[in-house]
Design a protein around this ligand. Structure first.
Ligand code: ZN
Length: 159
């Protein structure tokens, strides 16, 4: 069975950035299972996997724009510490849900200077060209429930 829309695809992957640093890997754990054609994974990887079958291996580099998007300077802003109501301790790397220029999103604290807190609304991997070393483990039909929900139901996940 070839990877196509509405199929459940299991993959093992190793993710590296353009500097060759490993960012993520499914090796040593369960493979990632996703529903193809539903935007469950980044668009560039979905495209690269289309038409492949179980046992196929590929190494593909996805440009940032087809991965987590370009890095936008205007999604970085400095706000006053007083905006963080109810949070006693603000630390580098903390993530918050906030209203950013494009609507609600996740922001990360990237700089703290006294009462000036810099937050970044870019995805942590925005602007990165990503290389995926992928092995396709399994391709199966999705269940009716999975298709209705637009995602895969793993063990212990029923909703
Ligand atoms: Zn569901």
């Amino acid at each position: 069975m070839q990877v196509a829309n509405k199929l459940a695809v299991s993959i093992h992957y190793i993710l590296t950035n353009s500097a060759g640093e490993q960012l993520d890997s499914s090796r040593g754990a369960e493979p990632l299972v996703y529903l193809h054609g539903q935007g469950n994974i980044i668009p560039g990887l979905e495209q690269a996997l289309a038409g492949k079958k179980a046992g196929d291996k590929l190494n593909v580099t996805i440009p940032a724009v087809e991965a987590y998007g370009e890095y936008y300077d205007d999604m970085v802003q400095t706000i006053s510490r007083s905006m963080f109501e109810g949070i006693d301790q603000i630390e580098l790397g903390m993530m918050f849900e906030a209203d950013v220029s494009h609507g609600p999103g996740i922001v990360t604290v990237t700089k703290i200077e006294g009462d000036d807190i810099t937050i970044d609304g870019n995805h942590p991997l925005a602007g990165e060209d990503l290389t995926f070393d992928v092995e396709i483990i399994d391709v199966r039909a999705a269940t009716a429930d999975e298709l209705a929900h637009g995602h895969i139901h793993g063990a212990g996940c029923h909703h």
